[in-house]
Ligand binder design. Sequence first.
Ligand SMILES: [Zn+2]
Length: 424
Amino acid sequence: MRRIPRVLLAFLVSASLPLVADPLVVKCGKLLDPATKGVKTNAVVAIDGRGVVAAPAAGAKVLDLSAYVCLPGLIDAHTHLLLQGDATAAEYDEQVLKESTPYRALRAAAAGKIALDHGFTTVRDLGTEGAGFTDVDLKKAFALGILPGPRVVASGPAMGTTGSYPLLGFSWERKMPDGVLKCDGADDCRKAVRYQVQYGVDWIKLYADRSYYRTPDGGWASIANYTPEEIGAIVDEAHRLRKKVASHSMTPTGHRASLAAGVDSIEHGDVLDDETVKTMAARKIPYCPTITVLDFVRGPRSKTNPVWEELWKASEESFRKAHRAGVPIAFGTDAGGFDWDKRKQAEEFSFMVAHGMTPWEAIRAATTVAADLLGPSADGKLGCLDPGCAADLVAVAGDPLANVKVLEDVKAVVAAGKVIKTPR
Ligand SMILES: [Zn+2]
């Protein structure tokens, strides 16, 4: 084991940089390059420390994946590590009320291990659901190799307004915990952004709308959670502090408010009307469709509210429309909204292809497009395997360009230069 000077260790902790792994050479039967849509045969990826380099170092270990197809580590741009499935409100309330934050952190660490073993070497975690900044702690623990887990882009508690987000429906005499950080009024919201940045978030996540319904003319609407002044203050303050903003926005009501305020990504976007699609395409604002979670919750939730089956139908139409118009579509599953061990994040690939994408486009959504959304990591560019890119690599048996389902069974994983999983 390499000795790390105490001073350097202190720096690593504060910057949350992963430990430096030994030099490695990965031999791939085929190597997919999402940026160029190129496929190389018998390719070699040289890794030194955390990044990909041009030539292998002398004495580098060899990982032989010549029987497999390699591609850059997958990115899930919408997860909740601190959540373990909430198809119903009762399941959500139970986790927030009955489970301590330390217990939830242990479950989240297990979720992170599942994500990594399944080839998701980076996740953007969009809200801890009442567990404060535990995702920032997980990010640090994973990066330092204390526990195995993906690179985490953290957003801390996420933001809502009074009355807009669970826990709801309890007696007014009880002081219930909040699933988000609430703010009311532009100044309060600005302060809430500063507070989150103080504790290490990479992104600001806000909930733009709630209570989705059909309008008499057959359209869709919802309640906008913030006034234009409030949401404007959040986005302005986040950008001033060089953080981007992800907006949970399901219907045109939320999209109007979010896009006018200048958010950087739309989350879910189940009902994208023509005006929204036009704006997003023109300004290249990406969205994470989170199809897998909608498929997971629509059955149980429709029992009490039929709107969820209607949202399912609308979301496919929205996806096709956005795809045709050239809206950037980033891979995001909302894992945690479904139990990490009940559904697979990589199911999203099949849904994307079923909704009109080519396999290449679906793979690019989880690499190139998601990487553009997140920006470079401290250890290099994400979603690629050229020199200068972070050393995140996965391998599958079979050709994902012929059948994206093979991505649901990742055989080998290298994350930040470290071998996590090898073929049996
Ligand atoms: Zn979510």
